[in-house]
Ligand binder design. Structure first.
Ligand code: IMP
Ligand code: MG
Length: 180
């Protein structure tokens, strides 16, 4: 796989160790609270599964499916919500679980949308953040890794719906684009 993707920029071991820390921190911060984790699919599926199992307090889980990019690498600024929640979030503590915050438009939109359902609190946990790319100011309470402005794939993140199954995070290189 490294021939196609190059060296990992976040290895499986780094991922495991950081997620363990995030799980510990979230468990302490939300002890005694009514926490619901909301995963933003598809990108967050791998992170979500690992993070949820690193949290040591009882939680509810729910998911939203959004599409924001179409087949493009650069943001369109448009967020399309494909599903609704199945759990009630009113008076609960919501933690939105994202794969990556890039422009910030997706989490900004989702936070506003969820706020209408009157949760007790809403915070964001993202595996990755690209601070250089931000176009709106969003507060991220839990960040796995800050990465430079490069397009990355693997561990849930895709390029044109592929490479989500790569078990580590790699920069998308020219060769993998050409294989399309
Ligand atoms: P934002 O709305 O610009 O913050 O974009 C967030 C969404 O864009 C993420 O949830 C990803 O699905 C996608 N995205 C942004 N950067 C990357 C990347 O480097 N690789 C794969 N997907 C990305
Ligand atoms: Mg996403």
């Amino acid at each position: 796989m490294e021939r196609i993707f190059g060296r990992p920029i976040v290895t499986q071991e780094q991922m495991r160790s950081r997620i363990r820390d995030l799980g510990r921190q979230i468990s302490a911060d939300y002890a005694g609270k009514d926490l619901i984790l909301i995963g933003v699919l598809k990108g967050a599926y791998a992170f979500f599964a690992d993070l949820a199992r690193a949290i040591r307090i009882p939680v509810r889980v729910d998911f939203l499916i959004v599409t924001s990019y179409g087949a493009q690498v650069k943001t369109t600024g448009k967020v399309k919500l494909m599903t609704e929640l199945t759990e009630k979030i009113k008076d609960r503590d919501v933690l939105l679980v994202e794969d990556i915050v890039d422009s910030g438009l997706t989490v900004q939109y989702l936070t506003k949308m969820l706020a209408k359902q009157k949760p007790r609190s809403i915070k964001i946990c993202t595996l990755l953040s690209k601070p250089e790319r931000r176009v709106v100011d969003v507060q991220l309470q839990y960040i796995g890794f800050r990465i430079p402005n490069r397009y990355v794939v693997g561990y849930g993140l895709d390029y044109q719906q592929k490479y989500r199954n790569l078990p580590y995070l790699a920069v998308l290189n020219q060769r993998s684009r050409q294989e399309e």
